[in-house]
Design a protein around this ligand. Sequence first.
Ligand SMILES: *[C@@H]1O[C@H](CO)[C@@H](O)[C@H](O)[C@H]1NC(C)=O
Length: 437
Amino acid sequence: MVEAVLIDLFSLPANLENIHGLLCNMLQTIEKCCSIPAPFVYVICRQRQGSERRSEHESLLPALGDFQSLKKRLKVVYALTTTAALYTIKQQLDEKDISIIKIILPTLRKDLMKVYIDHLFTAVYQFEFEDLQVASDCKNLQIAEPRSEEQMPPTQDVELIQSEIRMYLESLPNLKGELTILRSSLIPDDIFLHGFTTRTGGISYIPTLSSCNLFSSSKRRDPQVVVKENLRRLANAAGFNPEAFHRVKVDHANAVYIMGKTEPDSYDGIVTNQKGVTIAAPGADCIPVLFADPVKKACGAAHSGWKGTLLGVSMATVNSMVSEYGCNVKDILVVLGPSVGPCCYKLPHESAKEFHRIDPKCVRLFDSASPYIDIRRATRILLESGGILPENIQDDSVTDQDQNVTFCTACHPDKFYSHFRDGTNFGTQIGFISIKD
Ligand SMILES: *[C@@H]1O[C@H](CO)[C@@H](O)[C@H](O)[C@H]1NC(C)=O
């Protein structure tokens, strides 16, 4: 069932006399058809540059009072660009957890509107489009010759829309404070640039994604353009090139992508010896693990959840550095980023058994139905048995006089995202590393 209706009057001429009647008819229809419960209705109007807000469509407003059931649910949004209008409305839809939306718009606007929608929304939202019914005596609405229905907008239109969106997002303020990057003093910063992100300093506004979400999924409400803007801000703050950035394609397994070779469809580890290329692994409880060999100047990143930990993704990444770049395992430094701690993380008994097999110390309350699991300790044990020196591993058993990095994601809602804590619409932080030029 349609939960919200957007009426797009953005492209209509400001001096349109009939607009008042047009809107009244439309609202009458909406009120009649969707009486219980009345949907939320948003009317998009263009705000002229330099003009007083509302000046053109001022005359609309008195009429809106006539629609009692819609009154509180009707909002006229004036904006300089379609992006600004849609982004404002998206925030209100998200606040109400609305995902089924009907857009009533001039036929001519449909193709362009679809481009905006594709960029600013995700597969969580369902849109239906309806032509704005224009009275036949209203000649003013014949803005141009209509294009055929399914025609794609020309590439230059798409590019204009993309740059309008980019500029708009770049202009938004940081939310929840400054962007903060955690760094380990184990990794020498004359050779490597690295860090772990926290959740502040981005533009994502949905509570569980706010604000520096660095992963977009069709199941969540942050579109790629927002994640890209967050990444741009991170890259600016950290000093890397966001265009030369590669993130693992999470599969909860142990495949490793060696940059420059064939890219697997999915992989949880990535290694490189190319300078200036930033590689990254996400985590929202799972451990982002960073690897650095200052001798051979190679680095790696891995995403290690409980499955990946059991499958040995960290040692798989180490082994790739050894076989591809001739690294000596004793030179490789490993840092475990923010991740769910043994204080909070539980698994069913069956899975706990496998951690118990690695070392009984990885499990607490083993006899209970869902024992507490220490995926970090399991990671350390597997790395040490693979030849990594204990002192070359930083995790929560190591305290650093400069900065601790292996915080518990579930315990610190102000600093980190946690899937376990936040549910389906969770945000993601990352660990990133590159070799300096
Ligand atoms: C790191 O954690 C330890 C133990 O909690 C603490 O003593 C130390 O002060 C922390 N370091 C910093 C820089 O906060």
